[in-house]
Design a protein around this ligand. Sequence first.
Ligand code: PLP
Length: 405
Amino acid sequence: MAAENLAVSRETFDNVILPVYAPAQFVPVKGKGSRVWDQQGKEYIDFSGGIAVTALGHCHPALVETLKSQGETLWHTSNVFTNEPALRLASKLIAATFAERVFFGNSGAEANEAAFKLARYYACKKHSPFKSKIIAFHNAFHGRTLFTVSVGGQPKYSDGFGPKPADIVHVPFNDLAAVKAVIDDHTCAIVVEPIQGEGGVMPATPEFMQGLRELCDQHNALLVLDEVQSGMGRSGKLFAYEHYGIRPDIITSAKALGGGFPVSAMLTTHEIASVMAPGVHGTTYGGNPLACAIAETALDIINTPEVLNGVDARREQFVTALQKINEQFDVFSEIRGKGLLLGAVLNAQHASKARDILNASAAEGLMVLTAGSDVIRFVPSLVIEPTDIAEGMARFARAIGKVLN
Ligand SMILES: *Cc1c(COP(=O)(O)O)cnc(C)c1O
């Protein structure tokens, strides 16, 4: 095969890839469970989970089996024809959630794009074309299409790409009074992550989420929850909204939905979905049989008491180990998040060292993430072995020691 004759390395990246990423200095070539190996054969423990994607670890045997069997059966039909895996996956997502209708896409941004378009379209059809205001939050992250970076609350991701979509208002997260001050009858939706991921691993408070639900009801606005990172078992429940005792109008899922295969979903009610009609929205690959078969297997495994109940025990092990590291090094001001979406916040003395700690961790054989300049983020496999957590944390302690000394 020609592809195997061409030698590539980390240096190749700088010569062939659009410079929008700054990947680590090693190139992973193989993964199994929560272990990864690079081109030189060096082994890593993976606490990064491909950014909260590989929720069942690398190359989970059941996912590999589905990839192979569906791969030998039917990959793609387009939405001119429906298919069995998509119909089964949608039925199972509906059975497991508040939802009654599903739209499939290929990425988190696409699911959110569909959600925001649906919210505007629903308001336009049911109320008025002037009911277009979207309320979103500082530090929110919703993806990289122009609409989703505009709803996202980090101007550095949207500046320079204007003109931006209009009528989007940003207010501080977890600040109900700030939402009250801007919501009105021209608001079509509030868009929020139940746990802000990229923005620093920050959970919404129960009062905030319940307050948003009430404000939406008062103003006939839709509550849109971006569960791209917080969903699919990450928080210890299938979707994080279940922690808050509220019923959303729309949620989006991606990342762990396919366990590593690209697929996303937007879930909503029959009533809201009913404003849509053939041709109003769509995507070529969305709901393709290969992606949906893999996601169905991932859902079958994740949506079990065994996996969901295992999340909190693993979180405990992480938190205990991080507290021990903190006793030794006095480096964190707070460990926060929910379930296996964990953030270790660097204290003022060590703020902005997150990237150095990520690099030092890699040198010790550990993959971690950052969330901003002062938060180390851990989003490992939901079924990571306790021995891998222990060994990974030993490596993390060594990395912290090197950065601080
Ligand atoms: C990752 C992420 C997205 C974007 O998903 P992509 O698959 O990269 O488009 C959107 N929202 C949240 C909360 C995310 O964490």
